[in-house]
Structure formats: structure tokens, C-alpha cells
Design a protein around this ligand. Structure first.
Ligand SMILES: NC(=O)c1ccc[n+]([C@@H]2O[C@H](COP(=O)([O-])OP(=O)(O)OC[C@H]3O[C@@H](n4cnc5c(N)ncnc54)[C@H](O)[C@@H]3O)[C@@H](O)[C@H]2O)c1
Length: 274
């Protein structure tokens, strides 16, 4: 299913009027090779930040790095598995070494493995928890020491509306995303006095390769698309750039009094009464 073929998607890229200025600052985006992470990489780079794409997918990561460098952006791809403690430690060392600072971290990498509790294998449970929740933990663990040394830093963790409401068939995924919200609040309180703000975003349905895969697997993608569009009072899915703008806002000084919060971006889905 090509993105352009999806009704209600509304154009190739939403124009944004928001201008952030992050020149001289360093941003790390995990899972930055594509999807929401890819849009965040582009947004940080457009705002002038030295931007690190940290991802397992080297081919797509290098291709985004090339594309943005051709536009004159300061972008660096580092291969990393957020499930590895050692690799995450090295990632933050490498990112810090670029300019001797580390200002922003968007803990975005995640995997979606479907399954209700009684059909989820122990292996899948551990995989989802280790990547989604463990990746956020490791990102914070190794970025915060640099940020508190500077006396300033901002981290955004990627949760989901699945952390807030029960959706059929996603036991491990929703547990991992709920854990991210609890961890975000604890870490925010722990490090607020040292200048580090930590918030979470909870996207609704966003059109990314993660969801494109689902459309490829169902018999009637058009029917599923209509169903998902209708589930959103705004009448369409979100676009990756709409989450990226929120992430940049939370990183910016415009959000200087905000920490420990969850920001839902779901086209009104979670507040609709029936
Ligand atoms: N797309 C949605 O509708 C939606 C909704 C709510 C939350 N989210 C969350 O947003 C985040 C991004 O989702 P997306 O839809 O852009 O996904 P995506 O699958 O399109 O992209 C995810 C990226 O993360 C990378 N990645 C996966 N495992 C990794 C690992 N172990 N180490 C490093 N990189 C890894 C992938 O290579 C890929 O580049 C995820 O945390 C996801 O759970 C997505």
C-alpha cells in the first residue's frame, strides 16, 4: 500500500510554521532511520542541530544521512541496537564527542509485536519490553550524566495511546508503553533539580512503515483504512511530522517549565465519548 493511495492522508508533508533554533546543540534520535524517528531527525537537522540517527537499520539510516548532508545539514548515522547496554553507552559517548555536548534525546525506537496475553510467548514479551522500555531506560541512563554536567538537557520518550486505553491484541506492546510513562515521571522528578527535563509523547495512529506493514498483511486494506480514519475525530491518521513538531517543542525552551508529562497526539481519538 503506497502512502499516497491512503484516503485522508492529506498531502505529502504537512507544512509547519514552527521555527526552532538549535544551532550548536546536539540531538540524538533512536530509531531515527525512518517513520516518526526519521521525521524527528529531519526536524532537528532543519532547526540547525547536530543530529544523530541511531538505528539498527544501517541502509535506511545511511540513506537519510546522505540525503540530509546533501542539503547541508550536520547529520551523523551510528548503528545501534537500543536493546544493548554496551551499544547505548557507546552511542552517547559518540554523540557527545561530536561537539562536546549532548542537549536532546528522543527515545523513539520501538517494535510492535501483536498478541493477547494468552498467546504471547515469553520470548516476544521480553523482546518488546527490552527494546521499547529497556531502550528508553538505557537512553536516559547514558545521556543524563552529560546533560546534568551541562546543567541542561531535554529528553522525550515515545509511548503510545496504547498506554492509556486497552486495545485488543497488544499485551506486551501496551505494557511496554505504560512502563515508559511511569519511568518518565520517576526520572523527571529525579533529575528536575539538575536541569534535565523528561517528557513523553503518546501518538495515536501515525502513517509509518510500522503501520504500512499491517496494511500489507490484511485482506481488505481499504476497509481497515476507513475504520482507522473513522476512529479519529479529525478524520485521518497522523503524519510523522506532527509528532516530530511536538518532540521539538518539548525539547525547546518554549517548554522550559514542563517535565514529567505525557502529551497525547491522536486526532481526538482518546477523548471521544460514544
Ligand atoms: N506508528 C504509529 O502509529 C505509532 C503510534 C504510537 C506510538 N508509536 C511509536 O513510535 C515509535 C516509532 O514508530 P514508527 O511507527 O515510526 O516505527 P517504524 O517501524 O516505522 O520505525 C521504527 C524505527 O526503529 C528502529 N528500531 C527498531 N528496533 C530497534 C532497535 N532495537 N534498536 C535501534 N533501532 C531500532 C527501526 O529500524 C526503525 O527505523 C515507536 O516507539 C512506536 O512504538 C508509533
Amino acid at each position: 500500500m503506497r502512502l499516497e493511495a491512503i484516503p485522508g492522508r492529506g498531502g505529502s508533508r504537512l507544512a509547519t510554521n514552527v521555527n526552532f533554533h538549535f544551532k550548536g546543540q546536539v540531538a540524538v534520535v533512536t530509531g531515527g532511520s525512518m517513520g516518526i524517528g526519521g521525521a524527528a531527525v529531519r526536524a532537528f537537522a532543519e532547526a540547525g542541530a547536530t543530529t544523530v540517527i541511531a538505528d539498527l537499520d544501517e541502509k535506511r539510516g545511511r540513506s537519510l544521512e546522505d540525503e540530509l548532508r546533501k542539503e547541508g545539514k550536520d547529520v551523523h548515522f551510528f548503528p545501534v541496537d537500543v536493546g544493548s547496554d554496551e551499544q547505548m553507552k557507546r552511542l552517547m559517548e559518540q554523540a557527545h564527542a561530536l561537539r562536546g555536548r549532548l542537549d536532546f534525546l528522543y527515545n523513539n525506537a520501538g517494535v510492535a509485536i501483536a498478541g493477547e496475553a494468552v498467546e504471547t510467548s515469553d520470548e516476544d514479551w521480553h523482546k518488546v519490553l527490552n527494546i521499547n522500555l529497556g531502550g528508553v531506560f538505557r537512553g536516559c541512563k547514558y545521556a543524563i550524566p552529560y546533560m546534568r554536567k551541562q546543567g541542561k538537557g531535554s529528553i522525550v520518550n515515545c509511548s503510545s495511546t496504547q498506554a492509556l486505553n486497552g486495545f485488543m491484541g497488544w499485551a506486551a506492546y501496551s505494557a511496554s508503553k505504560g512502563g515508559i510513562l511511569a519511568f518518565t515521571r520517576q526520572a523527571a522528578v529525579q533529575y528536575a533539580g539538575q536541569g534535565v527535563r523528561i517528557n513523553a509523547v503518546a501518538p495515536g495512529t501515525i502513517m509509518t512503515p510500522m503501520n504500512e506493514k499491517i496494511f500489507e498483511e490484511v485482506d481488505d486494506p481499504e476497509a481497515l483504512i476507513r475504520l482507522w480514519n473513522d476512529a479519529h475525530p479529525i478524520g485521518r491518521f497522523g503524519q510523522p511530522e506532527e509528532i516530530a513538531d511536538l518532540v521539538l517543542y518539548l525539547c525547546s525552551d518554549a517548554a522550559s517549565f514542563i517535565t514529567g508529562q505525557t502529551f497525547v497526539a491522536d486526532g481526538g481519538q482518546s477523548v471521544r465519548g460514544e
